[in-house]
Design a protein around this ligand. Structure first.
Ligand SMILES: [Zn+2]
Length: 228
């Protein structure tokens, strides 16, 4: 009311100025609302099998995209930049799992996501051994956008002890390896239990690998993302 009585007492020019400011304020509020409605509409029409960038849907993940650097068993950088693209349904499953981990004080850390077929071929050329790299003639679930290589980090960003590093090729990387401490077994079981609950499959010989069950029949893809 004080504000209104001040406007009434203003001269004509000042009143006009206040009205212009009010109008501008209302217009800016309106355009923000439309924009957020639009982006919601955009997200709701995304097809389950469309490739999307995980970071556009959640900021709650930690990334260490190993193949976008030379810090991997190939000793070679095979991605031009570090991005985590996946089919939308894989993103949804991963976000649901992460929600549960966050409640428990952890977060998912990603090592690898969707891998275009050309990248698979590049890896095969460096290490043409099916024990270490999936043969590109068959394609892997990473090439279908349904697989992730992950671990868990605590609130300080420290990785939970899973017994071996990511991409450790030995019997110790197996879920069934019996000679670890109960703490390591508990960490692996926690990751596995929540991921399986969200309809992911585990892979016996690699504790870090999970793939969405419903992605097994999706097509192998060579769609590539742009790097800045
Ligand atoms: Zn994997």
């Amino acid at each position: 009311m004080v504000f209104l009585s001040k406007i009434v007492n203003m001269n004509f020019q000042s009143k006009q100025l206040v009205l212009v400011f009010l109008l501008l304020f209302l217009v800016s509020c309106k355009s923000k609302k439309v924009l957020s409605e639009n982006s919601l509409i955009n997200k709701s029409v995304v097809n389950d099998t469309a490739f999307v960038n995980l970071k556009e849907y959640s900021t709650d993940f930690v990334y260490d995209m190993k193949y976008a650097s030379a810090d991997n068993f190939l000793k070679s950088k095979v991605y031009d930049c570090a991005e985590c693209y996946l089919r939308f349904k894989t993103v949804k499953g991963l976000m649901e799992a992460n929600k549960i981990f966050i409640k428990k004080g952890y977060k998912i850390k990603l090592f690898d996501c969707y891998r275009p077929l050309d990248i698979q071929k590049k890896m095969w050329k460096i290490v043409p051994n099916p024990i270490y790299v999936a043969n590109p003639s068959k394609g892997s679930i990473h090439n279908r956008g349904g697989a992730v290589d992950i671990t868990l980090v605590d609130q300080n960003g420290k990785e939970l002890d899973m017994g071996t590093t990511f991409d450790y090729f030995g019997i110790e990387a197996s879920h069934n390896y019996p000679n670890f401490s109960s703490k390591i077994k508990r960490n692996r079981k926690l990751l596995k239990r929540i991921m399986i609950k969200q309809k992911f499959n585990s892979f016996d010989s690699e504790w870090w690998h999970y793939n969405l069950k419903s992605a097994l029949n999706d097509k192998v893809s060579n769609a590539k993302w742009k790097c800045d």
